[in-house]
Design a protein around this ligand. Structure first.
Ligand code: FMN
Length: 324
């Protein structure tokens, strides 16, 4: 595995990504060679089957679902999906950064809702599926709420959870939707659907920390199930957003605040951002975190990362048993 990753790192980042994704798509049984150790702890979450999910953006078009299903993730998130297909920003748009980080300015390249929906309808795996939805580059602000509602209605019958992405730094104006006036408009429109499938909002690590609690409270007041904290940061680069080890302190600050809110309120947290080492996982579980997602660490360390997370979870479980 390490040798394979070293080879892939000789290629430009997006080429390496497409090559591995295409292998996963055409040879899903490869999962048996690389899959994580079995997760065999007691675990109780309404959606995830174990604590580690695949973050959005890795399989934007849902082409390798059968592979992901066999790897051992607790949930698979696809997308970001937009109503209409779009190319995204010109290449190059993903760069490796030291230490163990990525910078990306993808701009939601994806095959569009219809094509991706047809793939999702054919998915027969056991691993829960989440669909992350976003806006086309040219969607006017005034139509944002309606577009999110349409996407929610299309996908929600075919997945276990939905995610409204308001935090990608690569779509102009998207992050403005963190402002309560815009957010409430989207929430009211989404509530027209009665929200039959659990709904998360994916938030940015770059908002002023004073605005986080009102944001979480507003989401909760509108029957949102939880938050994914966080997307990439735009504090470390002039274009795009940074993920991986460099993102970790920014993301951790936000998920720590969100975790405290969730422990008081009936609201769920999926932490995301820079999780990679045994220590990262242990720290999160020890603080009471239950589920998280990974992306960048997979490109540097492979699926071994899941085993590290499972080991950390097991240690916390044992520690809690002894303490009782
Ligand atoms: C190349 C790339 C593309 C991404 N695309 C998306 C996306 O389409 N939608 C989304 O919500 N997040 C996207 N993300 C953000 C990840 O889902 C995740 O929130 C972020 O990378 C932090 O996690 P990590 O440090 O484990 O990578 C992308 C990240 C990368 C590196």
């Amino acid at each position: 595995m390490t040798f394979l990753i070293k080879l892939l790192h000789l290629l430009p980042s997006e080429t390496a990504h497409h090559l591995s994704l295409s292998l996963f798509q055409h040879f899903p049984l490869l999962a048996h060679l690389v899959k994580a150790r079995k997760f065999n702890c007691s675990f109780d979450h309404p959606l995830f089957h174990n604590p580690v999910g695949l973050a959005a953006g890795f399989d934007k078009n849902a082409i390798a679902l059968n592979f992901w299903d066999q790897i051992g993730f607790g949930a698979i998130e696809v997308g970001t999906v937009t109503l209409r297909p779009q190319m995204g920003n010109p290449k190059p748009r993903i760069w490796r950064m030291a230490p163990h980080s990525l910078q990306n300015a993808m701009g939601f390249p994806n095959q569009g809702a219809q094509v991706i929906l047809s793939r999702i309808k054919n998915y027969r795996g056991k691993t829960p599926l989440g669909v992350n939805i976003g806006l086309n580059k040219d969607t006017p602000q005034a139509q944002a709420a309606e577009h999110y509602r349409q996407l929610y209605q299309m996908f929600s019958p075919y997945c276990q959870y939905m995610v409204v992405n308001i935090s990608s730094p690569n779509t102009q104006g998207l992050r403005d939707l963190h402002q309560l006036c815009y957010l409430k408009e989207i929430l009211q429109e989404l509530q027209k659907t009665q929200l039959p499938t659990p709904l998360y909002f994916k938030i940015s690590p770059d908002e002023d920390s004073n605005s986080l609690l009102p944001l979480l409270q507003t989401l909760k007041d509108h029957q949102v199930f939880g938050v994914i904290a966080t997307n990439t940061t735009s504090q470390l680069s002039t274009i795009g957003g940074v993920s991986g080890q460099l993102l970790k302190p920014y993301s951790q600050k936000v998920w720590t605040q969100a975790l405290a809110f969730c422990q008081e309120a009936d609201f769920d947290l999926i932490a995301c951002g820079g999780f990679s080492t045994h220590h990262d996982f242990y720290d999160y579980f020890e603080k009471g975190g239950q589920v998280l997602q990974v992306y960048t660490a997979l490109t540097y360390h492979g699926f071994h990362v899941l085993s590290e997370a499972f080991k950390a979870y097991q240690l916390i479980e044992k520690k809690n048993l002894v303490a009782r």
